[in-house]
Design a protein around this ligand. Structure first.
Ligand code: C2O
Ligand code: CU
Length: 457
């Protein structure tokens, strides 16, 4: 029995409308082990780590401006924390061990309590030993609703992940610190799941309009996504509305931690199957199917309006200082040397310690911040990727704007993909006080050196 994607592609998928799990107790987020059918039917269940007994953890949904309170209860054998990815959050609630809080030991708890300022699609995930804990399933969607939400028939959250499963037992292969993965593109799986299931299916009707909230929870996989039999627009990226929605063309990329909100119209006739497709070198394969049955009585909607804007800061770039962050190391561009703390070590010594990458010469989070910013000041950060691999650079506590090649300001994001050899600039208003992480969201890269931070005072 081999665990090939072909087999997965050909297997008949059950029609699964995923149930919404309800909280065991109102305000608790219980990190616990669980069993889940991730591989196709006929394969054994997979032991996972979960929030509340299922992967993804139950969807947290609340109105913009509301207060979110969850007591994390750690019933796992390993210390953990929760990070609320993309939320412009109070620093003390950001969930970064050693920077904003202590780890929550097994058997202990920690209460998160904060306000969500922006509407959109966000997610929460473990931030201690993320390379292992996220790969084992510690993530879930966090949806903040607009007061004036677009008119759709279905609002579907689709969390993409790839799992490295043993083809016989369907157990997660536990080589999280595999040096080959870490020094190359990161940990890839052999099975792609959406909402914790292989090849799920959501029935729709012809003329339906859907909102698809795509979230990439994978450790390292960059998807190249396409629609088959559906027409759509990207209306938000990383939670933040686009001023002008973009028609989904051939395909669009979704790097680790990134989100895209799509408004999609089902124009296909009844008794056809439409899908969200992942395009790969060897061809496309379906991630989610939307079988069309029947036709909605109403007329199809036409046209698209942008989502209402979030209360983001005004970006004034005049005189904003430029800070360069060089991404270094990895296979084929091995580090000559880099710093661990105050000590300069050779690339060979670092590799023996499982460090393969560096940001500005530091192979771990440095003692001094990369940037010490006055609250409210604007900055440019230039990511110079000298490595042979792409990296998904993520800033905590802030969204930033891409600076496009013509110098104009692009969309707001919290995670930017920097292709190999590429240089990309972003613009940031450092308006959220505290100590904030800045790291690669390829989690094996973060664990093996690509970790930095900035301070806003
Ligand atoms: Cu979603 Cu520091 O990460
Ligand atoms: Cu990386």
């Amino acid at each position: 029995m081999s665990f090939s994607r072909r087999l997965f592609l050909q297997s008949a998928a059950a029609l699964a409308v995923l149930p919404k799990v309800t909280w065991a107790s109102g305000q608790d987020l219980v990190a616990q082990t669980a069993m889940q059918q991730i591989a196709p039917d006929g394969y054994p269940e997979t032991p996972v780590w979960s929030y509340g007994g299922g992967v993804p953890g139950s969807e947290i949904r609340l109105p913009q401006g509301a207060r979110l309170q969850r007591r994390l209860v750690n019933n796992l054998p390993q210390a953990t924390t929760v990070h609320w990815h993309g939320i412009r959050i109070d620093n003390a609630m950001d969930g970064v061990p050693g920077l904003t809080q202590d780890v929550v030991a097994p058997g202990k708890d920690f209460t998160y309590d904060f306000v969500v300022p922006d509407a959109g699609t966000y997610w929460y995930h473990a931030h201690n030993r993320s390379v292992e804990q996220v790969a084992r399933g510690l993530y879930g969607p966090l949806i903040v609703e607009e007061a004036d939400a677009p008119d759709v028939d279905h609002d579907l959250t689709l969390m993409l992940d790839d799992w490295r499963l043993d083809p016989e037992t369907a157990h997660i292969v536990d080589d999280f610190d595999n040096g080959h993965d870490q020094s190359h593109a990161g940990r890839f799986g052999n099975l792609v799941s959406v909402n914790g299931r292989f090849d799920p299916s959501y029935p729709v009707q012809s003329r339906d309009r859907l909102r698809l909230r795509l979230i990439n929870a994978s450790n390292a996989r960059i998807y190249d996504l396409a629609l088959d039999g559906l027409t759509g627009w990207i209306v938000a990226l990383d939670g933040m509305p686009l001023e002008t929605p973009i028609a989904v063309g051939e395909s669009f990329p979704l790097a680790p931690a990134q989100r895209a909100d799509l408004i999609v119209d089902v124009q296909a006739e009844s008794d056809t199957v439409t899908s969200l497709v992942s395009r790969e070198r060897e061809g496309g394969f379906g991630l989610v199917r939307f079988p069309v049955s029947g036709r909605a009585a109403k007329a199809a909607r036409s046209g698209i309006v942008p989502l209402p804007p979030n209360p983001l800061p005004q970006m004034v770039l005049d005189g904003a200082p430029l800070h360069r962050m060089t991404l270094q190391g990895g296979a084929m561009r091995w580090l000559e040397s880099a710093q661990l703390g105050e000590t300069e070590l050779s690339g060979r010594e670092l590799a023996q310690l499982g460090r393969f990458w560096a940001l500005n010469g530091h192979a771990e989070r440095p003692n001094e911040p990369f940037l010490d910013a006055q609250q409210g000041s604007a900055h440019r950060i230039e990511f110079v990727n000298e490595t042979a691999f792409p990296h998904a650079m993520h800033l905590h506590g802030h969204h930033f704007r891409l600076i496009l090649s013509d110098g104009s300001l692009g969309p707001w994001r919290d995670t930017v993909l920097v292709e190999r050899g590429q240089t990309r600039q972003i613009a940031l208003v450092a308006d959220n006080p505290g100590d904030w992480l800045l790291h690669c969201h390829m989690l094996g890269h973060a664990a093996s050196g690509m970790m930095s931070w900035f301070r806003v005072t």
